[in-house]
Design a protein around this ligand. Structure first.
Ligand code: Z5A
Length: 213
């Protein structure tokens, strides 16, 4: 059985990761592929419970920064072993909305934890499941914030990380670009401030290259 391809979407808030992941899945299915969509944090019952703690302090207190790193890693470890690796082994394409690079970008570059430490924790969590391609949707912060404020025209409460100050989000954005320079073979950067259809076209072109490798 040919192993499926593992495609991850990364980028700042409101970059269009979920929108593009869903459009990509529709295209892959039309082309006859089995596809699995998942997201981080979450994607398993354990991961979704962790998501509630991380984003909305569901345990009744805000996790401290070290706990935050380990909770993201714990959610990932479960997702990789229970969902991602079994699907790839069955030949299914896996499209994941955020993955290990989010920890390096947010907790490493954003919060200031040593990058090498974040990479080591990620390595432990992912059990060798390195994405075949990571699509980085790069976006000007102001556009992202504007999109989030009126997601689908509906006002909603910002989560704990979204409420971080602008400087934090700028560090995250620059961190992502740094990661893309570090792994140019794996990362593909797309300028995400353009219309959805233009971004979708680029995502599909990149995916086709990966499928034909
Ligand atoms: N986090 C972390 O710190 N460390 C980690 O290891 C991991 C995560 C894994 C997860 O939040 C939070 O956890 C995230 C990072 C942190 N926090 N922050 N801040 P999430 O999963 O709830 O949220 P998100 O990943 O940031 O996704 P998002 O905010 O929903 O953004 P998105 O998926 O990139 O965008 P979207 O939902 O597709 O689109 C947002 C809106 O923009 C929507 O109304 C769309 O219709 C619109 N949109 C999308 N594309 C376009 C274009 N091209 N033009 C115009 N409008 C558009």
């Amino acid at each position: 059985m040919k192993r499926g391809k593992f495609i991850t979407f990364e980028g700042p808030e409101g970059a269009g990761k979920t929108t593009q992941a869903r459009r990509l899945i529709a295209r892959l299915q039309e082309a006859g592929h089995e596809v699995l969509y998942t997201r981080e944090p979450g994607g398993t019952p354990t991961g979704e419970a962790i998501r509630g703690i991380l984003q909305y302090d569901k345990a009744g207190e805000a996790p401290c920064a070290e706990t935050e790193v380990l909770l993201f890693a714990a959610s990932r470890a479960q997702l990789v072993r229970k969902v991602i690796i079994p699907a790839l082994e069955k030949g299914t394409m896996v499209v994941c909305d955020r993955f290990a690079d989010s920890t390096t970008a947010y907790q490493g570059y954003g919060r200031g934890f040593p990058i090498d430490q974040m990479l080591a924790i990620n390595q432990f969590a992912i059990d060798g499941a390195v994405p075949d391609v990571t699509i980085l949707l790069d976006l000007d912060l102001d556009i992202g914030f504007e999109r989030l404020a009126t997601r689908e025209g509906i006002m909603r409460e910002l989560d704990r990380i979204e409420r971080e100050e602008r400087a934090f989000h700028e560090k995250v954005r620059q961190g992502y670009l740094e990661l893309a320079r570090r792994w140019p073979e794996r990362f593909q950067i797309i300028e995400a401030g353009r219309p959805t259809e233009a971004v979708e076209k680029d995502v599909w072109r990149i995916t086709q290259d990966v499928l034909h490798r």
